[in-house]
Design a protein around this ligand. Structure first.
Ligand code: MN
Length: 400
């Protein structure tokens, strides 16, 4: 996707149009009958909503907006057919999609339909395609791509491991305690069919950043683990990409350990880590949707959705803007009124004890601060912890 504006290539080639499985597909065509034929060919009837321009038929527009909103709220792909390509209409539809954390994409049918006039700014639409001729729209094949977070087919069982922060020794201890062993190829595998799931924050603060990151990357590459990115992983990735970041909160330890590698290894590690964090989903939606693993947790209305808002919540959570007496940002306690059907396992804020609460559990027990490294076993919901070998980074106020 990524905001690209695509025109079709050769007219004979069947064009493959890859759209997110949950999307608002806006079909723009001056002839209503053509749009309806096209839509009927590629989508099911209940997915299609005809949308009138608000300026011409306000009541009909409002009814269509509500119908679209209801479907997107239920997590259902929806197709909006529009006859004009006015900026007001496409922007209004994009707003409806964004409100529901759904990606809008556009398909323009017909010669002379200028996509340049259609205000599909890369910010508003995730993708746009122009199909100029009947041959092209007949040859088009629309492929629905599952969202990156959609690992519902992964049924477990698994062990969800909290913030590692470079505590490689404790990670080895915990993996052994859970029944994993390092193979001859160096990849850790469970002796039965279990897999590891990491809530992110592999790096920063601790002494074994490179060993911890390599271990997780190798497990994920081998299909033995999944990993969601944490805010520290994202920030290190940005630093390694050469972007300007504020070096604090243990980032210096990661940068120093990377700088101490021999040059070949160093460049390889940087490339591998950046590619890894870029490629993993922003959070994980597992076991038929019964389990969500997100670094900072995730309220239910965002499960199975990806947007900038969802990424931000999953990586950083919400803060009140206040600080506690020790200077830590005060976090919105989203889990206090969580009533979701899916269990949510997260980390991000170190606590003394990992306890299930409202079908959620924070498995960050502050190992790098001298606490413990913790895993939640799924579906057993048991908690397994190992003690930190020592305190690697001081946390003002300690673990509470
Ligand atoms: Mn953390």
């Amino acid at each position: 996707m990524g905001g690209a504006m695509r025109h079709t290539g050769g007219e004979r080639e069947p064009l493959e149009i890859a759209i997110p499985a949950l999307a608002l597909v806006v079909v723009i065509c001056r002839e209503r009958a053509t749009a309806q034929r096209f839509a009927a060919c590629h989508f099911s009837p209940d997915e299609i909503v005809q949308v009138e321009a608000e300026s011409q038929a306000p009541a009909a527009f409002e009814a269509a907006r509500l119908a679209i909103s209801r479907r997107l709220s239920a997590g259902l792909l929806t197709v909006a057919l529009i006859e004009s390509d006015t900026s007001e209409l496409s922007a209004a539809l994009a707003r409806v999609a964004h409100h529901h954390d759904v990606s809008p994409v556009a398909l323009a049918l017909g010669r002379g339909l200028s996509l340049a006039r259609f205000p599909l700014s890369s910010r508003n639409y995730a993708g746009a395609w122009a199909l100029a001729t009947p041959a092209q729209w007949e040859a088009a094949r629309i492929v629905r791509q599952p969202l990156a977070c959609d690992l519902r087919a992964e049924r477990g069982p698994c062990d969800i491991i909290g913030d590692v922060h470079g505590c490689a020794d404790e990670l080895h201890d915990l993996l052994r305690a859970l029944g994993y062993l390092a193979g001859a190829d160096g990849v850790w595998r469970h002796t039965e069919a279990r897999r590891a799931v990491f809530v992110g924050d592999l790096v920063d603060r601790g002494p074994g950043v490179i060993a911890a990151a390599r271990l997780v990357m190798a497990m994920v590459a081998a299909g033995e683990a999944f990993c969601a990115p944490g805010n520290h992983d994202i920030k290190l990735m940005r630093a390694l990409e050469g972007r300007h970041v504020y070096v604090a909160h243990g980032l210096q330890e990661s940068l120093d350990q990377i700088a101490a590698l021999p040059i070949d290894e160093r460049e390889q590690f940087k490339r591998d880590f950046v590619a890894f964090i870029r490629q993993i989903p922003p959070y994980l939606w597992l076991d038929g949707g019964a389990l969500v693993v997100a670094h900072a947790g995730l309220p239910e209305r965002y499960h199975g959705r990806i947007s900038e808002r969802v990424r931000t919540l999953a990586f950083y959570g919400e803060t009140t803007g206040w600080e506690d007496e020790y200077g830590h940002p005060e976090r919105v306690d989203w889990a206090a009124d969580y009533h979701g059907a899916a269990a949510v396992v997260y980390g991000h804020t170190p606590h003394r004890d990992a306890i299930w609460r409202n079908n959620t559990i924070n498995v960050d027990t502050g190992c790098v601060h001298g606490g413990r490294l913790t895993a939640a076993r799924w579906p057993e919901r048991e908690v397994v912890s190992v003690n930190a070998r020592r305190e690697y980074a001081h946390r003002a106020g300690g673990l509470r």
